[in-house]
Design a protein. Structure first.
Length: 300
């Protein structure tokens, strides 16, 4: 305000250069992304809670993922913007740094494992639809949600509970995930590489199961037989005609895909899209997270 009244340019924050036009645009985009993430996932949660038909599996798994994404948008992204505006220097103190990093790791890990749980639920519903009853599905999905959040909490709180590296440096005003190599391997494999292997294996099994189920219904028509396969004989004692059919295959066909086949194809496609986006968004980040502490280098 004082700078505006004096007519001079605004003073830059001490210790950092003024933001470039690209930096301003990038931070604006990140702010809009945080707001959109928060509102969209809040809408998903409200829909699941208000619509009674959604109070079942797999919507409870989707709700768990939406909770983790809402927490990222509400608790992690705003502090990330403050961190960027301060030139990637942390000026909010050690306690808030620990809270920020813990929620960052907790929510991102939970989001990744929720994707894994959704893929597992989809696979079991396709491959074991007789044993995977509604009651069993509800119990297993609730157990997966509990395990997801418990594992995420262990990975997020390990540096604080067990002294596994330091997240805050007062001298450098740095706040980041612990760079201890052993914790890096533990956290990246527990938060991403292990669920990635599970997700890819499960989707391969989903694809095979769906292809087998759809393919088993493909030949559902009455197979025509050649004229030489039909033999007509006249009975000598009775006034009747006897037909002998050789090598005829009789099956039944409905034109086009059935409703169940279309539903299964759509489910496989949706899971494939979800996994594709999941891999593309996360794998560059976790590659750098794993390499940086191990090689003592700084990959941007």
């Amino acid at each position: 305000a004082a700078a505006n009244r004096s007519g001079g340019p605004p003073a830059a924050l001490p210790g950092r250069a003024p933001l470039s036009v690209f930096g301003v645009l990038l931070l604006t985009l990140l702010a809009l992304l945080a707001a959109a993430t928060f509102l969209w996932n809040l809408l998903v949660l409200a829909t699941i809670l208000r619509v009674r038909a959604f109070h079942r599996v797999p919507h409870n798994l989707v709700a768990s993922m939406a909770v983790s994404d809402v927490m990222v948008a509400a608790l992690v992204m705003p502090l990330s913007l403050v961190h960027e505006l301060a030139g990637r220097r942390w000026r909010l103190g050690r306690p808030l740094c620990h809270v920020w990093i813990a929620f960052d790791v907790l929510c991102c890990t939970a989001s990744i494992w929720n994707v894994t749980a959704i893929a597992l639920d989809r696979y079991w519903s396709l491959s074991r639809h007789l044993e995977y009853t509604l009651r069993a599905r509800r119990c297993i999905s609730n157990a997966m949600i509990a395990l997801t959040w418990a594992l995420s909490a262990i990975i997020a709180l390990a540096p604080l509970l067990f002294g596994w590296g330091e997240t805050y440096s007062e001298d450098n005003q740095a706040c980041q995930v612990s760079q201890e190599p052993s914790y890096t391997v533990f956290s990246t494999f527990g938060a991403f590489y292990l669920p990635l292997c599970v997700v890819l294996f499960v989707y391969w099994k989903i694809y095979k199961a769906a292809k087998f189920r759809v393919g088993s219904r493909k030949s559902n028509s009455i197979t025509p037989i050649a004229p030489e396969g039909l033999e007509v004989k006249e009975a000598s004692q009775q006034s009747q005609i006897v037909f002998t059919v050789r090598h005829a295959t009789v099956t039944f066909q409905t034109d086009g895909d059935t409703w169940r086949e279309q539903k299964e194809k759509k489910a496989v496609l949706m899971v494939g899209i979800l996994i594709g986006v999941f891999v593309l968004c996360w794998i560059p980040f976790f590659i750098t997270e794993l390499i940086n502490p191990l090689c003592s280098c700084d990959i941007p």
